[in-house]
Write a protein that binds this ligand. Sequence first.
Ligand SMILES: Nc1ncnc2c1ncn2[C@@H]1O[C@H](COP(=O)(O)OP(=O)(O)OP(=O)(O)O)[C@@H](O)[C@H]1O
Ligand SMILES: [Mg+2]
Length: 225
Amino acid sequence: MKSGDEPILRGCGIRKAFGSGDAATAVLRGLDIEIRRGEFVAIMGPSGCGKSTLLHILGLMMPPTAADELTIDGVSTLRLNDSRRTQLRREKMGFVFQRFNLLPVLTTERNIRIALTLRGIHPDGQVDAILKDVDLLDARKKKPGQLSIGQQQRVAIARALVTRPALLLADEPTGNLDSGNTQRILDLLRRFRDRDGQTILMITHNPQCTDWADRVLQMKDGRFE
Ligand SMILES: Nc1ncnc2c1ncn2[C@@H]1O[C@H](COP(=O)(O)OP(=O)(O)OP(=O)(O)O)[C@@H](O)[C@H]1O
Ligand SMILES: [Mg+2]
């Protein structure tokens, strides 16, 4: 069952500890999070507080140690098997990281197209449209090593969004960028949110993110303040 005001993501009581027995360290301590459709939410918090760990759990790349609920676009995920979880991740989510993870031997165009073919979608105009959105039509035949850092991050964003994911998860997408490129990436994300209703959850250390995000969640002691 889906309705317009059902949150795209709801996590309750999320716990994560690394190690076991006496050596176990609790990183997430019963954290709750809810993201509504079309929201641009930023997560902030000191280094090592568990932001990336949380994003990996929400992105179904790492299981929580325990959780009461983790629902994504109406699908309860905690009891899914591996293949169903992978399928849900591919169907619903796009990812952008601080290091762009582009395939160095592929051109811009092919780095983006691969996101579609991985999901069995036959490319039909989407690649051109997204290249235009991120202002990289001129760079379509270039490989990542021939692009600037800011351009590479725009390719990564195009690759994450070309499939129209319900939720974009971004881990410090501007962490490697100078202030000009940071502003440009945040403007771009904001534009996808305003124009397409793209839901975005972004980790950042940039205190200026409040200028772009609708809401900022501050992490402290394994929960949100
Ligand atoms: N695979 C792992 N095994 C053991 N400990 C881990 C693992 N991944 C993360 N940790 C620990 O969990 C804590 C949180 O790490 P995490 O990467 O989530 O922090 P972060 O908030 O993203 O920090 P930063 O802002 O520096 O990126 C750290 O103490 C880290 O050492
Ligand atoms: Mg991190």
